[in-house]
Design a protein around this ligand. Structure first.
Ligand SMILES: Cc1ncc(COP(=O)(O)O)c(C=O)c1O
Length: 420
């Protein structure tokens, strides 16, 4: 049974104080204000325990990093065996682990995607994707959505929220053009000058609360890219690896990107790994200059071994079928809750990519706190705090889903009482 989430042990208080002193003063204060003084201790499968023992069903999963669960035993074993013979490897040379992963990605991504470059994080992957689009087109401009998150390196951040890029004086307003979501006219307007290198698109913008694009939107963006000679970059960091019921979210709309970026879950939550997968055309630079991009830890061999098994697991037909089955079960469970709770106004859903829309502007935050107290960790959307991201794991069972819905039901009642 969970212990009282409000009680704080000396051990936990020490971590919180040190985090305020040495690590993240503003972030520590924000969590304290929200009423979520979480310090993660044990973690197993789709559950976390605060170091004081408070149990949480994890439906944040770090944006899908733990799609296959925390410390998935099969992946832990792959990493353990890897440690008997490997380390990160030498970034100047190929290796069996690296080529195996690259070949697998070429086989499992849409048809024309061929070359892979490995980097430790999604931010670096998007940063590189922007550069390769520039190299392939000889143009500088990048078009991205107004409400998107692509990371926090200079280029990936410049493609996201303007004020965060400005924060470090790393905004490039002449080079990064922002357009509203789901608006093909605005996209055409941005591309029609013929000077845009790439369009960087989250398949469903996570930090904006997973709005589902209109059926013609992503195919329309791809067509416009073809018309104006622009590279389509699909940021599949959150929507890839089986979460939508397809291996890649973009397959839902049969769009074939020129570049696909994957990360988070590719690591199995155990060893950092992200990848930029490109067509031969976009990856032409790899044939021209062997050292244009090098990364000591990108393509670490231990991580390649884990990532390769992650791809095997996520692409299994029975895993994808389970995602679709779970998604239907959640659709009906969530609909029942929605009918009983006026605070819960709508569900945004594609497979297990789910956002819960609430009736109030900060409702997602309220619900995060209430769920935390009831034993669920789910995170509100940073750019749309009325929405709660609800990222259920790919391998959860029915009992887990039922318990999750039960706790959500209780948390919704708590918020409704609080707001009455
Ligand atoms: C859609 C998307 N792209 C890119 C990133 C950046 O990934 P990373 O934190 O590994 O740099 C994130 C991280 O949350 C993300 O959600």
């Amino acid at each position: 049974m969970s212990q009282d989430p409000a009680a704080i042990s000396d051990r936990k208080r020490r971590v919180l104080e040190l985090s305020r002193d040495y690590l993240m003063p503003a972030r520590a204060a924000a969590w304290e204000n929200l009423g979520v003084p979480l310090v993660i201790g044990r973690r197993e499968g789709y559950r976390l325990w605060d170091i004081d023992g408070h149990e949480l069903l994890d439906v944040h999963l770090n944006g899908g990093t733990y799609n296959l669960g925390h410390r998935n035993p099969e992946l832990v074993e792959v990493l353990r065996q890897g440690l008997d013979e490997l380390d990160v490897g030498n970034h100047h040379f190929p290796s069996e682990a690296r080529v195996e992963l690259a070949q697998k990605l070429a086989a499992l991504t849409p048809a024309e995607l061929h070359y892979s470059v490995f980097v430790p994080s999604g931010s670096e992957a998007n940063d590189l994707a922007i550069r390769v689009a520039r190299r392939a087109t000889g143009r500088r401009k990048i078009v991205a959505l107004e409400a998107a998150f692509h990371g926090r390196t200079a280029l990936s951040a410049a493609a996201g929220q303007d004020d965060m890029a400005r924060f470090f004086l790393a905004d490039y307003p002449d080079e990064f053009v922002k357009v509203p979501f789901n608006d093909l006219d605005a996209m055409e307007q941005a591309l029609r000058g013929g000077d845009v290198a790439g369009v960087l698109m989250e398949t469903m913008p996570a930090t904006y609360g997973f709005p589902v694009p209109d059926d013609d939107y992503l195919p329309g963006v791809k067509k416009l890219c073809e018309r104006y000679g622009t590279i389509y970059i699909a940021d599949e960091v959150q929507t890839g690896l089986g979460r939508t019921g397809h291996l890649w979210g973009i397959e839902t709309w049969n769009v074939e990107p020129d570049v696909l970026v994957t990360g988070k879950g590719l690591s199995g939550g155990l060893y950092p790994m992200s990848a930029v997968v490109m067509t031969r055309h976009v990856g032409q630079w790899l044939t021209e200059q062997g050292w244009a991009y090098v990364s000591t830890f990108g393509g670490a061999e231990l991580g390649c071994r884990v990532a390769s098994r992650v791809l095997d697991m996520c692409s299994q037909p029975q895993v994808l079928a389970n995602v679709r089955r779970l998604s239907e079960r959640l659709t009906s469970g969530l609909e029942q809750l929605r009918q009983r709770h006026p605070f819960f106004t709508a569900v945004r859903q594609l497979g297990l990519v789910i956002g819960l829309q609430t009736a109030s502007s900060l409702g997602g935050m309220q619900l995060s706190r209430a769920l935390y107290q009831r034993g669920v960790w789910a995170m509100f959307s940073g750019f749309a705090p009325s929405v709660l991201q609800f990222k259920v794991g790919l391998l959860v069972d029915n009992a887990y889903c039922d318990l999750l819905l039960e706790r959500l039901d209780a948390a919704l009642s708590d918020v409704e009482k609080e707001n009455a």
